[in-house]
Ligand binder design. Structure first.
Ligand SMILES: [Zn+2]
Ligand SMILES: [Zn+2]
Ligand SMILES: [Zn+2]
Length: 276
């Protein structure tokens, strides 16, 4: 079964709508313009996570597992409810900025449902940040009244196997900070970046479906602009490209209408079946 990618969130760190903003995109009635904080779910076997829409077809709980969450966004709880997400087998972290990690505490429900800890993978800096920011998770002294997330943190420094899935970390630059994108087969997810170093281009060879940061039209010091993201697409030539980490400058419909064939803005809830 080919991997299935679901966009849990496609917004920038503020989310769209932004608090207190009255711009056209923040007030838009188009659901594609509502963007929660960035995260994807990669399901390596169909049915790894049961969706509400599956219930009518197949009421029994499916046991297939291979459900990989990329980042625990600030909005993880709402995203899991929207998707009726019941299972997470592993979590990969791109980096430790707040919009990508602050949902970690919501992992407790998955620990309860799955009766076990969840394997998490991150680079050395993000591991250190997680241990510091979520010190209560790693220290035995904290009060455990409400429970704490149970995670097993693995530091990664190159390609690794997650379950039986080959994952290739793709180092990218987010301003001056090196962070990780991830490649699963012919699919790559590169959020939060404004430069792909020379050494990472070979790691992206043959990618057929690319997800890439594209914050807005104007340049930004740590994110690709729409034009810069299109230059990456032009060089890499994937079959399909989807932009994410989008701010309120970009209206979904109007922006997509002007993008080249095969390129579109991702949106919360978008599901892609990709080649393994
Ligand atoms: Zn971010
Ligand atoms: Zn706005
Ligand atoms: Zn970031």
């Amino acid at each position: 079964m080919s991997p299935r990618v679901t966009f849990l969130g496609t917004g920038t760190s503020h989310g769209v709508p932004a608090i207190g903003c009255g711009c056209d995109v923040c007030r838009s009635l188009d659901p594609h313009d509502r963007r929660t904080r960035p995260s994807i779910l990669v399901e390596l076997e169909e049915g790894a996570a049961r969706r509400a829409s599956d219930d009518a077809l197949q009421p029994t709980f499916r046991t297939a597992v291979r459900s990989i969450l990329v980042d625990t966004s600030t909005d993880l709880r709402a995203q899991a409810l929207a998707l009726d997400l019941r299972r997470i087998d592993a979590i990969l972290f791109t980096h430790s900025h707040a919009d990508h990690i602050m949902g970690l505490d919501d992992v407790r429900r998955f620990n309860e449902m799955q009766r076990g800890a969840i394997a998490c993978y991150a680079d050395a800096r993000t591991c250190a940040d997680l241990r510091r920011i979520f010190s209560y998770v790693f220290e035995n002294t904290a009060s455990k009244g409400g429970g704490i997330p149970r995670i097993t943190l693995f530091e990664i420094a190159g390609p690794f196997v997650c379950g039986d899935v080959d994952v290739v970390p793709i180092p990218v630059l987010h301003g001056s900070r090196p962070i990780l994108g991830f490649r699963f087969g012919s699919f790559a997810y590169l959020t939060d970046c404004n430069r792909i170093p020379d050494s990472s281009w070979p790691l992206l060879a043959g990618v057929r479906t690319l997800v890439l940061d594209a914050l807005r039209r104007r340049p930004h010091s740590t994110h690709f602009s729409l034009g810069e993201a299109l230059e990456v697409v032009e060089r890499l030539k994937p079959e399909r490209a989807y932009f994410t980490h989008i701010c309120h400058d970009l209206a979904h419909a109007a922006t997509c209408a002007r993008l080249p064939a095969g390129v579109e803005l991702a949106y919360d809830g978008l599901v892609l079946d990709v080649e393994r």
